[in-house]
Ligand binder design. Structure first.
Ligand code: HEM
Length: 471
């Protein structure tokens, strides 16, 4: 429907009630064309696009990025944007809407424990690739690229989140892996009238079933830990250092009740944030590396020389400057989302250029077009793996650091809280693969990806050939 309060913002596509349906279809299947058109037509300005269930205002300018970074969450809210888009209240439940303490848990306890649990992450990577790539002698073996990385990342994430023995339980891992698909189906709930949405959520998504299954795993753990806390206090001896403990502490700090259903929903939500994002990001970088053997050679030299000095440690990873640059470049070019900085205005909001966006509007930075702007990056459409690397790493913009021109992990205070964990596992996975295997694509071309609405989905049918390198 037309929104008169957005009439002052130009539309890319049609604005009229009926014709805007055509544009909303174009948003589903050709979003990159729309974003590019709006970027060229309104340099530094804003435009709006009809989506199937509402409008989104897209922002092109640097000042918009700065305004978004400065705005408090009670003005421009990221969680509201995702939770409305995916209808969390009908899938993950109201407690997740009431408090997002899981994000602080990731930002603090989870991130702080990357060093302490580094050995576990490394051990799991070795094991997962050994099980996933079944090489015989020095023969090449073809492995489905996306499935392999999803499996490896799911194993690493589960090991880091809940440790052994639960991470070895295939059913537990399947629930975590499935979380993303089922939570994402929440997108369709918005196509139903509000009164039917609780019912629709059970028909179109499997989240309720996954929550029930997750509760079966979490229930004995939670019961035992609450009992130990009752007997010995919250820092009881042998308290496990895992996501369930971190969430329990987080709930207490946020003054939220610790309940089975809430903790289980958040384990699913954190898995949703962690698994398919990281595996798609890794797959994209690996596809690219298959096409650039000279880059692979340089990376291998860097990794081998750092490991020789430092061993397989977290500090060693931070000295792999080319590897960091490679992932930063891969995320810039092979985006996971065209609009990764999405916000909802909780009040009328005026940007520094005077643009007024009414309360309850979705806004998003035009990250796709900004990342491919020649004025921001030389030959922006070309992949240049080491363009961000600096001698000795000094002043090097890192893969985890959003800057004015770089937002794959979002921007400002809502930027992805899991990005330090993600970067650690992705770099470690690549360092491991590159030193232990040769790899190539079946066809020597970058596999086409599917882009639906703002999301990019890697090609699931593509296989990568691996061969074990001589030790
Ligand atoms: C390469 C992998 C990843 C990518 C590309 C990615 C990307 C993003 C982006 C673009 C956002 C929105 C930021 C914003 O609105 O400014 C986000 C939010 C989030 N991410 Fe990640 N992410 C990744 C990995 C992870 C991991 C490993 C975790 C968990 C350990 C995680 C948990 C979350 C959560 C919970 C949020 C919501 C934060 C909030 O609502 O405040 N992500 N991520």
């Amino acid at each position: 429907a037309r929104r008169r309060d957005l009439d002052h913002i130009p539309t890319v596509g049609y604005s009229d009630p009926f014709l805007s349906w055509i544009s909303s279809m174009r948003f589903i299947f050709h979003v990159t064309d729309i974003l590019e058109e709006g970027y060229l037509r309104y340099p530094g300005g804003a435009f709006k696009i009809p989506m199937i269930d509402g409008w989104i205002v897209v922002l092109n300018g640097d000042h918009h990025v700065k305004d978004v970074a400065r705005a408090s969450l009670d003005k421009l809210n990221s969680f509201k944007s995702t939770s409305t888009f995916l209808q969390y209240k009908h899938t993950l439940g109201q407690s997740v809407i009431r408090s997002q303490y899981h994000a602080s848990v990731i930002r603090t306890s989870l991130t702080r424990n990357i060093g302490a649990r580094f050995e576990d992450i490394h051990d799991q990577i070795i094991q997962a690739y050994q099980d996933g790539i079944l090489c015989r002698g020095n023969e090449w073996v073809a492995v489905p690229a996306v499935d392999l990385q999803v499996d490896v990342i799911c194993k690493i994430t589960s090991r880091f989140f809940v440790g052994k023995p639960l991470c070895d339980n295939a059913r537990f891992r399947a629930i975590c892996e499935q979380a993303a698909f089922e939570i994402f189906k929440g997108r369709f709930i918005r196509l139903f009238p509000e009164i039917l949405r609780p019912f629709a959520s059970r028909v179109v998504t499997g989240v309720h079933g996954l929550r029930a299954q997750m509760e079966e795993f979490v229930e004995p753990i939670l019961r035992h830990r609450l009992e130990q806390e009752r007997l010995h206090g919250s820092e009881w001896p042998d308290k496990p250092n895992d996501v369930i403990s971190w969430l329990m502490d987080g709930a207490r700090a946020a003054k939220e009740p610790i309940t089975l259903s809430d903790i289980s929903s958040r384990v699913l939500l954190v898995s949703f944030g962690a698994i398919h994002t990281s595996s798609a990001t890794f797959t994209a970088a690996l596809f690219q590396l298959c096409l650039s053997p000279e880059n692979a050679k340089e990376l291998r030299e860097e990794v081998e020389s750092v490991i020789k000095e430092e061993g397989w440690t977290k500090d060693a990873l931070s000295k792999m400057h080319k590897l960091d640059s490679y992932f930063r470049e891969s995320q810039r070019v092979h985006f996971l989302s065209t609009l990764p900085v999405g916000r909802t205005t909780l009040h009328d909001f005026t940007f520094s250029d005077g643009l007024c966006v009414p309360k309850g509007t979705s806004v998003g930075i035009n990250v796709y077009a900004r990342h491919l702007d020649d004025e921001r990056y030389d030959h922006a459409n070309e992949f240049d793996g080491f363009r961000h690397a600096r001698e000795a790493g000094e002043d090097q913009p890192l893969v985890t650091g959003p800057t004015i021109d770089y937002h794959p992990f979002g921007h400002g205070r809502a930027a992805c809280p899991g990005r330090f964990f993600a970067a650690t596992e992705l770099k470690l996975m690549m360092a491991h693969l590159i030193t232990h295997y040769d790899f190539k694509l079946e066809k020597n071309e970058y596999p086409a990806k599917l882009i639906i609405e703002s999301h990019s989905v890697p090609n699931h049918s593509v296989k990568i050939l691996f061969r074990k390198r001589a030790e």
